[in-house]
Design a binder for this molecule. Structure first.
Ligand code: 4AD
Ligand code: MG
Length: 430
């Protein structure tokens, strides 16, 4: 029976054949242990010299790391294995012999591993992070589909920029100037007026000269947008959605969290509602803590966010930022003209901002005024402005950064390991 490692539990006591790679190997004169991986899981193959043909034992002894093989054997339950099963090998056929695989079981530096990202992805920890990323994506679709949202795909090539013009990747669109999307938001607002509750999931691009553990040049964002939702309504969606994906990973990625040594007790606590702190109080708190490098009107840096997050074992919303440090489209506070109805969601354990969201301006005159104040081109934003001329309604939305969220849930220090092929300030390959 040809099967995969994740399916062997169906064949206990039976003989199966698995297409796999040799992740690692140990052998003595009498026995060889093959650590096999096939993408679906990891399993140990045990080859006993006295029980197999001499040629099979020789192959098992000499096969090199990352060679591809067909392994045949009897499935056995094995309590010592984290996976629960092992294979009593009866045959090994080498498909392709790998010569001098560069990533050996010893420790390598990060730059070396990043240069070999196309191979590094095969290793156990990277595999676990990618599986967790996949689960976050799966749970995202599930959550929004179960809650009445429709998926809408905004364009990648755009003429207008929602988050300000300094971090745009410009390109030519035949004879016109175009930009790679830094957020699908403006298009999602148009879609919300057509479909009510919508979400997008796609790549976004920021030419940020930041070289930190939280910044990618290309990252993936989930952007829900909801007609008739005020900012408070949107916060409820955010905390329920984030709780849902954390609980889904806990439920469906136990092995992976184990491989990563993730302290899951910290994740188990993540349940809505999340605490909220105003921007004003966050500044006071930081000043009282001794941060004298920040005052009202400044944006938070990573150390500030981390200091605030440390007071909570939940993600925390910082709400109502000064109008001057947020984009043009945010709805002013009804009682104050110096702050806007917005929130950033800061993850626990120092992983920083994972969501930015707000209520959007829906008054035509105010929106036009803000576009002009921000020196944006009224021609490029004409279509967006027009949304507020025909049955404009209060609406809110947010963007969740996938890689920062995956880094947090998987306990991975740097976002570069939360995406298969990271685009960083100094890295366009592989
Ligand atoms: O806070 P941001 O800039 O918000 C927006 O783009 C809104 N238009 C979204 C919306 O309301 N529809 O980005 C949203 C999130 C951040 O909270 C962060 O998680 C992630 O995107 N993010 C990045 N992730 C990795 N690398 C970068 N350079 C990122 N910039 C933002
Ligand atoms: Mg932000």
């Amino acid at each position: 029976m040809k099967t995969t490692i994740s399916e062997v539990h169906k064949y206990v006591g039976e003989q199966v054949t698995i297409g796999a790679w040799i992740a690692n190997k140990r052998s003595s004169g009498k026995i060889a242990f093959l650590q096999l991986r096939d993408g679906s899981g990891f399993i140990q193959g045990v080859v006993v010299k006295a029980e197999v043909e001499e040629s099979v034992f020789q192959t098992a002894k000499t096969v090199t790391q990352e060679s591809s093989v067909y392994v045949t054997g009897i499935v056995r339950e094995d309590e010592r294995s984290p996976f629960g099963y092992e294979l009593g090998v009866t045959g090994v056929e080498v498909i392709h012999e790998a010569v001098d695989y560069p990533i050996t079981p010893k420790n390598h530096g990060t730059e070396f591993l990043m240069d070999n990202r196309h191979l590094w992805l095969r290793s156990k920890k990277q595999h676990a992070i990618m599986k967790i990323r996949n689960e976050v994506i799966r749970a995202t679709y599930e959550y929004f589909n179960d809650n009445g949202f429709s998926k809408v795909d905004p364009p990648i090539l755009t003429g207008s920029a929602p988050e300000g013009t300094s971090e745009l990747f410009a390109t030519k669109y035949f004879d016109e100037d175009a930009y790679l999307s830094q957020s699908g938001q403006l298009y999602m607002e148009a879609a919300a007026m057509a479909l009510g509750k919508v979400f997008s999931f796609g790549p976004t691009f920021r030419a940020e000269k930041s070289k930190t553990r939280r910044h990618l040049i290309e990252f993936w964002m989930i952007e829900p947008e909801m007609a008739f939702y005020n900012h408070e309504d949107s916060l409820v969606v955010q905390e329920e959605y984030v709780s849902y994906i954390v609980q889904s990973v806990l439920k469906n990625c136990k092995l992976e969290l184990g491989v990563l040594d993730r302290d899951t007790s910290k994740l188990e606590k993540i349940k809505a509602p999340f605490p909220r702190i105003s921007y004003d109080d966050a500044i006071k708190f930081l000043n009282e803590k001794g941060f004298d490098d920040i005052q009202w009107g400044d944006d938070f840096g990573a150390p500030h966010e981390t200091a605030i997050a440390e007071s909570y074992d939940m993600p925390v919303f910082i709400i109502n930022y000064p109008v001057g440090i947020k984009p043009f489209y945010m709805q002013p506070h009804p009682e104050r003209d110096d702050v806007v109805l917005c929130a950033d969601l800061i993850a626990p354990e120092g992983y920083g901002e994972i969501i930015g969201g707000s209520e959007r301006i829906h008054d035509y005159d105010l929106l036009k005024q803000r576009i002009e104040e921000h020196n944006l081109d009224l021609d490029a934003y004409g279509w967006y402005l027009e949304l507020s001329r025909y049955g404009s309604v209060p609406h809110s939305g947010f963007g969740l950064g996938l890689e920062r969220t995956v880094a947090w849930i998987s306990g991975t220090e740097h976002v570069r390991e939360a995406i298969p092929f990271p685009r960083l300030l100094n890295r366009l390959y592989p």
